[in-house]
Design a protein around this ligand. Structure first.
Ligand SMILES: Nc1ncnc2c1ncn2[C@@H]1O[C@H](COP(=O)(O)OP(=O)(O)OP(=O)(O)O)[C@@H](O)[C@H]1O
Ligand SMILES: [Mg+2]
Length: 263
């Protein structure tokens, strides 16, 4: 593959609300390089989740292009789409809503291995144990139900499920927002570790600029469905240029001191 892992251009999605059209995404363009993290930040309703859903093809755009791993992602169907979907995974804010709460952890991790034909039935328990170890969970957790484990453990299971199919890109929509500060820090460390070792890229959505500054290489700040500014994450957060960027930084609780360098 030459060039970006994900290239989005002209992406638009409108919703009708109270008889008026609302632009949830308006001519949005960005690239993500292999192994890099792009954060989407912006106030509530600025279009972050809409863009995540468009990139994942959970909803269809009104206009725009999405190239993923050198393929026209919006034109894929059937087996080609299924194969490409394995390479593009997701982690959402609330794993209790994403999984059947009564399912066992083993079941949740078995699904992608089975559906994408990654491992034979006899081999899958070993794969599941390896995935649990990879995300820092004890293998005994496999037999517990999703609703019986902690929120932090559940988010680790969601990450294990996402990496089961060896993705090149994971979309994370407020994936650490519901966690308390110490658990959040550990999950961010796990994500950074996985990126270093497996070269996974992230589209990382967060309203928390401190988290964005800690994890992202680049950031795009959204306002009313449009990208108001984008660039190196630390440079943008330390010296925002757009009105919305300035307002978000001013409202952010205790950001770390500006970095000495912008890289
Ligand atoms: N299914 C839908 N039907 C109608 N309007 C929608 C729908 N989904 C999103 N919207 C509208 O699109 C805009 C963008 O919403 P979106 O959920 O993408 O914002 P967000 O940046 O993720 O916000 P938050 O930080 O609160 O999660 C909002 O005005 C929202 O009300
Ligand atoms: Mg959202």
């Amino acid at each position: 593959m030459n060039g970006p892992l994900l290239a989005v251009s002209g992406l638009s999605k409108h919703y009708r609300r109270a008889g008026k059209m609302v632009a949830a995404a308006d001519d949005v363009a960005f690239d993500i390089q292999p192994g890099q993290t792009l954060a989407l930040a912006g106030p509530s309703g600025s279009g972050k989740s809409t863009i995540a859903r468009l990139v994942l093809r959970l909803i269809e755009p009104d206009a725009g292009n999405i190239r993923f791993e050198d393929a026209d992602f919006l034109a894929l169907g059937g087996a080609a789409l299924r194969a490409r979907r394995a390479r593009l995974q997701m982690v959402f804010q609330d794993p209790l809503a994403a999984f059947n709460p009564r399912a066992t952890v083993a079941r949740v991790l078995d699904d992608p291995l089975r559906i994408h034909g990654i491992a034979e039935r006899s081999e899958r328990p070993r794969r599941i144990a390896a995935l649990l170890e990879r995300v820092g969970l004890p293998t005994e957790l496999a037999q517990r139900a999703i609703h019986e484990i902690s929120g932090g453990q559940r988010q680790r299971v969601a990450i294990a499920r996402a990496i089961a199919t060896k993705p090149s890109l994971i979309v994370l929509d407020e994936a650490v927002s519901a966690l308390d500060v110490s658990v959040r820090g550990k999950i961010l460390e796990l994500l950074l570790d996985l990126q270093r070792e497996e070269g996974i890229a992230y589209l990382f959505i967060s309203h928390d600029l401190g988290v964005v500054r800690a994890i992202a290489h680049r950031v795009a700040i959204l306002d009313g469905g449009r990208i108001a500014e984008s660039g190196d994450a630390r440079a943008v957060i330390d010296v925002p240029r757009s009105a919305i960027g300035k307002a978000l930084v001013a409202a952010a609780p205790k950001l770390p001191a500006p970095a000495r360098t912008a890289s």
